[in-house]
Design a protein around this ligand. Structure first.
Ligand code: PLP
Ligand code: 3DJ
Length: 424
């Protein structure tokens, strides 16, 4: 007997058959084996969990544990201080930045992996304003920020504005072009909205910001590892993002900072630590920044997390971001179809755009009892998350989520919605 009871058997048979065909054709299917996921002891698909929260914390790549054990026991335990040099610890932020760079569409020498996204937003935004004002353009005294942003971006933009003497202008991304002008210094935008999953037009908005002579900082937290970004191609000035979502770096793994090559000589960090000094072991009293992406560093890197992320990048071997994007769109399309087939009309409302060009890699469904529904879903092994006040979020990580997962999640959701307090 199926674990779910309320879905029409014909619809269930049809969707399961389609999932099987789609999984059979999936060129990324084998990648799932590179991750630690729940397994069903009896190999019954319905007994295994479905993990749809990789847009908050990516699953554990299977090779990470052995690497971290080696870093702890050999590199730290035996080599101790020698590892800064012999194990390449000192240069790890830029070396791992170069490994990450192709996933962001960046040539080498522009990315460092260090600090948190919050800290990197601060560095990038203040540095962007300083670059613009250094041009003698002190008339530029406005920072534009996405008003629907993940809160940390808004808080930091507000502080950056106060520190640089700018006025903060919060607006919805669609309204950004309308507020740009000769006074705009810098603009901070999210590539995808953390709540709705809406993908914003990175090439178009970047061009609009450049057209008024300002610089743009993109927060890529919800897109890196889920779709091609094209930082170099689209002329992005600065970008930041976390590595613990679609890049599977682990809880609290360090974030990254991209500084476009042409801006590096003028990148004047508001946090000029000794790790960004041209001669860190000179222990000089005067600050002279390194020439390249290293300028984005601050203090001692968190080696254990950083090297766990380094190992997590191994799963990208032979994977193209175009293939990841194609599967992400197919998965989210299929999930929406299953929801439409299983859930009575009107019970949930998708706030994720249907148009592919406007969709990231998550589906957000709104319903009044979302908090209770997500609690029940998680108890039943379908793990998404809840964002106040009424949003169910389901993240689809193409490297390890299957079409069978998408079908099952929609089916358990339909059952749960029928039983939950806001149900019929
Ligand atoms: C868009 C966005 N920016 C920033 C953050 C947070 O960054 P941090 O790693 O500094 O907590 C998140 C998620 O936590 C996020 O979704
Ligand atoms: N960074 C997180 C954390 O430390 C604990 C719990 C959740 C997170 C998240 O990443 C949340 C995520 N940025 C979001 O989109 O809501």
């Amino acid at each position: 007997m199926s674990e779910t009871q309320r879905v029409a058997p014909m619809a269930e048979r049809e969707m399961k058959a389609r999932a099987e065909v789609l999984d059979g054709k999936d060129e990324l299917a084998a990648k799932r084996r590179d991750f630690i996921l729940d397994t069903a002891p009896d190999h019954a698909a319905d007994a295994a969990g479905v993990y749809l929260d990789g847009n908050s914390l990516g699953a554990l790549p299977a090779n990470v544990e052995a690497r971290v054990v080696d870093v702890i026991t050999r590199e730290w335990g035996q080599l101790r201080i020698r590892s800064w040099d012999e194990s390449g610890w000192w240069t790890a932020p830029e070396r791992i930045g170069d490994r990450l760079a192709p996933l962001l569409g960046a040539a080498p020498g522009q990315v460092v992996v260090a600090d948190s996204t919050s800290v990197n937003i601060f560095k990038a935004l203040v540095a962007a304003v300083r670059i613009v004002q250094e041009d003698g353009d002190t008339e530029r005294d406005e920072i534009v920020v996405d008003s629907t942003t993940f809160p940390t971006d808004g808080y930091i933009a507000s502080s950056a504005a106060r520190l640089t003497g700018c006025r903060l202008i919060p607006v919805a991304p669609a309204d950004v072009p309308g507020v740009l002008g000769p006074r705009t210094a810098a603009v901070l935008l999210n590539h995808a909205d953390y709540r709705s999953g809406r993908l914003h037009d990175l090439p178009g908005l970047t061009a609009a910001v450049h057209a008024v002579g300002a610089l743009v900082v993109w927060d890529l937290c919800h897109t890196a590892g889920a779709l091609p970004i094209g930082l170099d191609e689209h002329g992005v000035d600065l970008a930041v993002g976390c590595t613990y979502k679609y890049l599977n770096g682990g809880p609290g793994s360090p974030a990254y900072l991209y500084v476009r090559k042409e801006h590096q000589p003028r990148f004047d960090s508001p946090l000029p630590g000794w790790n960004s000094h041209v001669e860190p072991f000179g222990m000089r009293a005067d600050y002279e920044p390194a020439d390249d992406a290293v300028r984005g560093r601050v203090g001692t890197p968190d080696i254990l997390s950083l090297l766990a992320f380094d190992a997590a990048l191994d799963v990208w071997e032979g994977v193209s971001t175009a293939a990841v994007r194609a599967k992400s769109l197919a998965l989210t399309d299929f999930f929406l179809e299953c929801v439409a087939a299983y859930v009575p009309e009107g019970r949930v409302e998708s706030i994720t755009p249907v148009a592919h060009a406007e969709r990231g890699s998550q589906i957000a469904l709104r319903c009044p009892d979302a908090a209770a529904v997500m609690k029940l879903l998680i108890e039943r092994g379908v793990v998404g998350d809840y964002r106040a006040p009424d949003v169910l979020r389901f993240g689809f990580t193409p490297l390890y989520v299957s079409f069978a997962d998408a079908e099952r999640a929609a089916r358990v959701l339909a059952d749960t919605l029928a039983e939950a307090p806001g149900g019929p």
